[in-house]
Design a protein around this ligand. Structure first.
Ligand code: VGL
Ligand code: ZN
Length: 212
């Protein structure tokens, strides 16, 4: 297959490449740091790059520590539906919320922060977990004329998956770069995510398909 050649209406979206999601971090994604060099190389293929940053206030409602008697990775019923509880992570202005130091960000045209409302989590880069509160990213990307979005980052089965599904819902073509993503994989969530992204009409590629 000829390599895919991104054009000026394509944008690379780098999802949550932050220290707390890296090995040793508060919500470590296995092998998460392996995608950082690839994220850097991928950027050379794109005219446009944006990045997301999980950005929670202390005591955020998605933290197990905010729910006495509950443990990380359990699920609770939030007003907007089931919410997985996480270890405290990506707390605003803490070292764990910072991007991985080896991640190139000079070409990031927008850094979108999400998850800052105390009572709502936001996996997706487009809508918070109530599925109603927009982050503004769709408007930004549409206004800039992008038609196709390529996703890489962490974690495949949460923030990448929800972002890819919402990209489709917002009318963008969506492509996820599987070897540039890593999963948390709770109870089969990676398989579920892979299927959900396919069902949403997103395409799955490998970085080799971009000639890398
Ligand atoms: C994420 C769980 C909680 C992610 C963020 O980036 O996939 N997962 N917050
Ligand atoms: Zn989070």
């Amino acid at each position: 297959m000829d390599p895919l050649r991104p054009t000026a209406d394509d944008c690379l979206v780098l999802v949550d490449l932050q220290l707390d999601f890296m090995p040793g971090g508060a919500l470590a994604v296995p092998d998460g740091d392996a995608v950082v060099p690839l994220a850097n190389r991928l950027q050379t293929r794109f005219d446009h790059v944006v990045a997301t940053q999980d950005w929670h206030p202390p005591g955020h409602s998605s933290f197990a520590s905010a729910h006495p008697g509950r443990a990380p990775f359990e699920s609770v019923e939030a007003p907007y539906g089931p919410q997985t509880l996480w270890p405290d992570h990506c707390v605003q202005e803490t070292p764990g919320a910072a991007f991985h130091g080896a991640l190139a960000l000079d070409r990031a045209e927008l850094i979108l922060r999400k998850g800052f409302r105390p009572e709502i989590d936001s996996y997706s880069a487009f809508y918070e977990n109530d599925r109603r509160t927009p982050t503004g990213l769709a408007g930004h990307l549409r206004e800039r004329g992008f038609r196709r979005l390529f996703f890489a980052g962490l974690a495949t089965d949460f923030c990448v998956r929800w972002s890819v599904e919402d990209a489709r819902r917002e009318g963008f073509e969506a492509v996820w770069i599987a070897d540039a993503c890593r999963a948390i994989d709770l109870d089969g969530s990676l398989d579920a995510a892979t299927n959900a992204m396919a069902d949403a009409g997103a395409r799955r590629i490998e970085s080799a398909d971009l000639g890398l």
